[in-house]
Design a protein around this ligand. Structure first.
Ligand code: NAG
Ligand code: NAG
Length: 599
């Protein structure tokens, strides 16, 4: 009861606020407002090109959600999506709307804009997530419309400060002593270490050659999925609109094993499970995760493998609860168990114990290199539990801090391996802000950060929170899946064996169009580029990557190279191209490691 009075008060306040700004000139028409909502929703969904809806259909959806009158007062164009989001959350809290009604309306909007033809998968996703969302709506003590939309939209125009977003962990003292005493005393050897970086497999275990590849679902190429009368068919080695056939995974492992015979380590930055997220199950994900690790270990029996969990491993997708949620229906303990079981013969007990807590661990690759593997999927803004609590993110950040302190005190260097790429408007503020502070404090010992998740060959330059100077670099492993419009790839990192600096990174790929044209040949894997050569670097230093971001804004040819690598020459991506806006976003992405710049 108290809650609803509180929210009533907030709604009245925001209405009076809107009435005030309403007196400005140049009022947009209601049609303009609806079109802005449509545009902002499409951009939120990452639909670069979308099919606009008829105004009457759009209005029918906002009527159904009872939003129409709220939207009529919403005239700040940048904030229309924000206003709609807040109204919806407010109505949910006042029981004026149900999760099912909201989900259904959002599905209708999504299906229409995206030109998909089948909608049952979306409603299935709503059904799967409904119990969790209802629980959070009922039980959360931090949920307000302003807070919820700050988290869900990750947009400056909808950001409200709140204690759940602004907490910071204590940073260990930073003194000159710690840095200057950290002199490299290791013996020099000539040969760089070779580390294989794999990311985002998304194996479609029921891939079927010749099945429909533009099937009306978000992802295709499976038996009995979509209308068989369509003309596009799934190729023998994959499809730009699908996840990979298991035999491509086998081919890739075989190729890597026979080409790079002297691998020292393997980093895998997560996502084994495919994109049919509307029908994943704990049983099936468990089987697929175990089978994949088994194939990896069989391919590389003698090479240590350090592997992070991806958001696709969870059931439902993305949803990682705090450990205080003991409700077995919501728990991801089954996943932590499967993960630790899969790695049980390869990792020490301490690491396995940590995995069972929250899917993270740390390990000494040798007495000088400490590898910290995080499960940063918990910070992903679509992890609904962030609407219930954010303090549970502290546990893992504190763990990272202790590992970094231990490394520093033992004169070790650190590589960080995790799935979600920071700064891409996905990972929420308290994680990113604290993570960036830790990078600043320990930049002198962190020699590389490796991520995945975006399927693109992106970069991140970190800047000191003290003096603003570039101080660290994050590398994205891109993906083995071509989903969507990319060519499959893996990377080889060349690493200084003494101070674990990244000396160079080679990206290997094959042309999927060509591979499918010659079904009886295996894919023609080849080197796409060496980072050091392509960008003409003397070394892969944070300063050089910072300069690269500047050079990309000035030099169109260089940007075109960057773009070609970013999509690994995927034919459909190259055809689509990267317009001015895309170019601006891609360059900004490099220097942004905190999604929201809050002023
Ligand atoms: C990939 O291969 C196809 C078929 O051989 C070819 O037409 C296309 O130009 C190739 N793509 C690139 C980027 O070279
Ligand atoms: C982690 C670590 O070694 N910290 C040290 C940094 O330097 C100060 C002295 O200036 C020590 O007190 C800390 O223990």
């Amino acid at each position: 009861m108290e809650k609803s009075i509180f929210f009533l008060a907030i709604s009245l306040l925001s209405l009076s606020f809107l009435r005030e700004v309403n007196s400005e000139d140049d009022e947009p028409t209601f049609e303009d407002i609806l079109k802005h909502l449509e545009e902002q929703f499409a951009s939120f969904l990452g639909l670069a090109t979308y099919q606009p809806m008829e105004i009457s259909k759009l209005k029918a959806i906002t009527d159904e959600l009872g939003l129409t009158s709220d939207l009529r007062t919403q005239i700040i164009q940048d904030r229309i999506m924000c206003g709609a989001c807040q109204s919806i959350v407010r109505k949910l809290q006042l029981n004026a709307l149900t999760i099912l009604a909201v989900g259904t309306a959002l599905c209708t909007l999504y299906i229409s804009l995206s030109t998909l033809t089948i909608s049952d998968f979306c409603l299935n996703l709503v059904r799967i997530n409904k119990p969790i969302l209802e629980y959070i709506l009922r039980e959360s003590r931090i949920l307000t419309p302003e807070y919820a939309c700050s988290v869900l939209l990750q947009n400056e125009n909808c950001y409200y400060s709140s204690p759940s977003l602004t907490w910071r962990i204590d940073m260990p003292e930073w003194t000159e002593y710690n840095v200057t005493s950290y002199m490299d005393s290791f013996e020099s050897t000539k040969n760089p270490l070779k580390i294989l970086h794999l990311s985002d497999f998304h194996i479609s275990f029921d891939y079927e050659i010749g099945s429909v590849s533009n099937c009306g679902y978000p992802v295709c190429c499976k038996r009995n999925l979509g209308n068989p009368l369509r003309s596009h068919n799934a190729g023998p080695w994959g499809d730009y609109n699908c996840d990979i056939p298991p035999w491509l995974f086998g081919n890739t492992m075989h190729y890597i094993k026979s080409t790079h015979k002297d691998l020292d380590l393997i980093y895998f930055t997560g996502d084994i499970i495919d994109h049919t997220i509307w029908k994943s199950s704990k049983e099936e994900n468990s089987r697929e995760i175990e089978a994949t690790f088994q194939m990896l270990f069989e391919s590389f029996p003698d090479v240590p493998l350090f592997s992070a969990l991806g958001n696709h491993e969870a059931v439902p997708l993305n949803v990682f609860p705090p450990s205080t949620i003991r409700n077995s229906e919501f728990s991801q303990d089954w996943l932590y168990n499967v993960f630790s079981k899969s790695l049980s013969e390869k990792l020490p007990d301490q690491a396995l114990t940590n995995i069972q807590k929250q899917g993270y661990f740390s390990i000494l690759a040798n007495n000088r290199l400490r590898i910290v593997v995080l499960n940063n999927n918990i910070c992903y803004n679509l992890n609904w539990w962030l609407l219930y609590d954010t303090s549970f993110l502290k546990e893992q950040l504190e763990f990272l801090k202790l590992e970094l302190l231990a490394a520093e005190s033992q004169a070790q260097y650190v590589h960080i391996v995790a799935h979600v790429f920071p700064g891409n408007r996905e990972c929420i503020e308290p994680w990113e802000a604290n993570y960036n502070m830790l990078i600043t404090r320990f930049a002198h010992i962190i020699k590389g950060q490796f991520f995945g998740h975006t399927h693109t060959d992106g970069l991140k330059v970190f800047y000191s929170k003290i003096n603003g100077k570039p101080n660290n670099v994050g590398y994205n492993g891109a993906s083995l899946t071509p989903f969507v419009k990319y060519n499959p790839n893996y990377k080889i990192l060349y690493v200084d064996p003494n101070n674990f600096d990244i000396l160079d990174i080679e990206t290997y790929y094959f042309n999927l169009t060509e591979a499918n044209k010659y079904p009886n040949r295996t894919p023609r894997w080849q080197l796409l580029y060496s980072m050091k050569e392509a960008y003409n670097f003397d070394r892969l230093s944070p300063e050089n990557f910072d300069l690269l971001a500047q050079r990309l804004t000035e030099d169109t040819n260089l940007f075109n190279e960057y773009w070609r690598f970013y999509v690994r020459e995927g034919d459909p991506s190259l055809q689509q191209g990267c317009n001015t806006n895309c170019r601006k976003n891609l360059i900004e992405e490099i220097t942004r490691t905190e999604s929201i710049t809050y002023t």
